[in-house]
Design a binder for this molecule. Structure first.
Ligand code: ADP
Ligand code: 5GP
Length: 267
């Protein structure tokens, strides 16, 4: 059985790590490629668990030695996936999941057009801001400048959504996890003839609905909220009132579709 290569991209804070770790808990036979990066560890991250952390000089030496399948500069740091991760997953007969940015995804697709690519979107800029802040607080660093840097980059990344086979909108977590699981099971079914143990018809339907070509209606409000389609063509993202702003009542969360997603410390 040939392993399937899954590429997952998303704007930072969309919930990609959360979805991937849920997927790995629920579906066996998926390996996760640990990338190399020159960015310093965040929060409780450990070398060799979330990333292999290194320095620019070493990273450059690895580029020159042709070690990387793909690499890119994201938010001022280098990130790369080694060819070795791919070979290892192949020899184990496992599927491999790459969590990489839109530049890296384009490089991998060019080399391996058979890869299945999945783009995860946050429902709107306001929810994305809340998630980025909650994550940053959970990691013990509140850096609003960095939060806004990532928010402002989100639209550029989302603009690439058409390059991806599947699109998930990570609004309700359980639903997004079920969709991600359905995509993996459906691809195994179509490519490797693997049977689906439970409610196979439904699983295939859920996966088909996530295909990018079937998602235009579902994506419309998200693309509008990020100013990618619609008449506004806005240059600035609309985050709604900022609960951190002194003039705004923090309880006034009207219009937030994720009622359970207020800026809290207990995320
Ligand atoms: P990414 O890996 O895309 O940068 P994370 O997985 O770290 O994002 O998620 C960012 C924050 O959003 C985390 O605090 C996470 O618990 C939260 N989160 C993720 N998905 C959801 C969701 N569907 N609903 C509410 N909160 C979510
Ligand atoms: P973070 O610093 O938040 O962990 O990741 C920032 C961005 O870098 C995310 O979009 C993530 O997908 C991307 N990234 C992580 N590892 C790699 C990699 O190996 N290659 C590329 N191209 N991007 C990566």
């Amino acid at each position: 059985m040939a392993g399937i290569l899954f590429i997952i991209s998303a704007p930072s804070g969309s919930g990609k790590s959360t979805l991937v770790s849920e997927l790995r808990r629920q579906v066996s036979g998926v390996e996760f490629a640990i990338s190399w990066t020159t960015r310093p560890p965040r929060g409780s991250e450990e070398n060799g668990r979330e990333y292999f952390f290194t320095f620019r000089e070493e990273f450059q030496r690895m580029i020159d030695a042709g070690i990387f399948l793909e690499h890119a500069e994201v938010f001022g740091h280098f990130y790369g996936t080694t060819r070795h991760s791919l070979d290892e997953a192949r020899s184990d007969g496992n599927d491999l999941l790459l969590d990489i940015d839109v530049q890296g995804a384009a490089q991998v697709r060019a080399k391996m057009p058979e890869a299945v690519s999945i783009f995860i979107m946050p429902p709107n800029p306001r929810v994305l801001r809340t998630r980025l802040r909650n994550r940053s607080r959970a990691e013990g660093v509140v850096n609003d400048e960095e939060v806004y840097r990532r928010l402002n980059a989100s639209r550029k990344e989302i603009e690439n959504y058409r390059q991806y086979t599947y699109i998930l909108v990570n609004d309700i977590l359980d639903r997004a996890v079920a969709q991600l699981e359905a995509i993996v099971l459906a691809e195994r079914y179509y490519r490797n003839g693997e049977t689906i143990a439970y409610r196979s018809h439904r699983v295939l339907e859920v996966a088909a609905a996530c295909l990018q070509i079937n998602s235009q209606e579902r994506l419309k409000p998200v693309l509008e909220a990020f100013g990618i389609i619609g008449e506004s063509g806005q240059q600035q993202l609309d985050f709604g009132p900022d609960p951190y702003d002194d003039d705004v009542d923090p309880d006034d969360d009207e219009g937030d579709p994720n009622e359970d997603e207020k800026d809290t410390d207990d995320d």
